[in-house]
Design a protein around this ligand. Structure first.
Ligand code: TZP
Ligand code: MG
Length: 217
């Protein structure tokens, strides 16, 4: 894909259950972006109606409109188009990336989740802008998560990538540095930011670890 402006360093994936609904996601985003988050994805697993998706996406678009932080929508292509979001993120059970690309056009961002070597070998590199690789560690946040990869396998998968990749799953302040050192372009987190008692502090700490790792400190 043509290179688009995308900084995966600290990628916040929003979960209405952990953030406290739409208002909670909006507040979390506002604070997190002010403290270093570089990309935001709206994602919901249950009890989120299509109207909720739309209203949440619209509100998030508003929060991010004067920033350089892109808004991506998990799986729901029509919601992304309806609010003119910056892109879509899909998993292995969602629409294939060539179909999503056709629907969203060449200029939008498109991310794809992969969790093993077979999946990375099948990636249509012409269509995707970045990969989400995980879960790296055990996570309580995703119900149907694949078995955790661990750092060694993450590093192996990172060697196969032909586009930027963000690591996801159980990433926190303690393990963020080793995730970066395994060749990831950034980390994606839900629970390390959503629902944290001190979101500014949690975000700043993560950002600091990532920046240090990028500088090889
Ligand atoms: N995909 C793989 S693991 C995961 C997703 C959406 C959940 C990550 O959540 P957390 O709380 O950062 O472990
Ligand atoms: Mg999905």
């Amino acid at each position: 894909m043509r290179q688009k402006k995308l900084d995966l360093s600290l990628y916040l994936v929003l979960d209405p259950d952990l953030c406290g609904g739409i208002d909670g996601m909006v507040n979390t985003t506002r604070i997190a972006v002010a403290n270093g988050v570089t990309a935001v994805q709206l994602r919901a697993e249950h009890e989120f109606t299509r109207r909720d998706w739309y209203l949440a996406a619209l509100a998030l678009k508003q929060v991010l409109k004067d920033t350089t932080v892109p808004l991506l929508i998990n799986d729901q292509v029509d919601i992304a188009l309806a609010v003119e979001a910056d892109g879509v993120h899909v998993g292995q059970k969602d629409l294939p990336v060539d179909v999503v690309r056709k629907l969203i056009g060449a200029d939008k961002l498109l991310g794809l989740s992969i969790s093993n070597l077979q999946q990375i070998n099948q990636v249509n590199w012409q269509k995707v802008d970045y990969l989400g690789i995980g879960p790296v560690f055990p996570t309580m946040t995703k119900q149907d998560a694949a078995p955790p990869l661990g750092i060694t396998t993450l590093a192996e998968l990172n060697q196969c990538k032909q586009c930027p990749a963000v690591a996801i799953g159980g990433i926190n302040l303690q393990n963020a540095a080793e995730v970066m050192q395994s060749g990831s372009d950034g980390i994606a987190v839900i629970s390390a930011i959503c629902g944290q008692p001190n979101i500014p502090y949690a975000t700043r700490q993560l950002y600091h670890v990532i920046e240090q790792a990028k500088q090889g400190i």
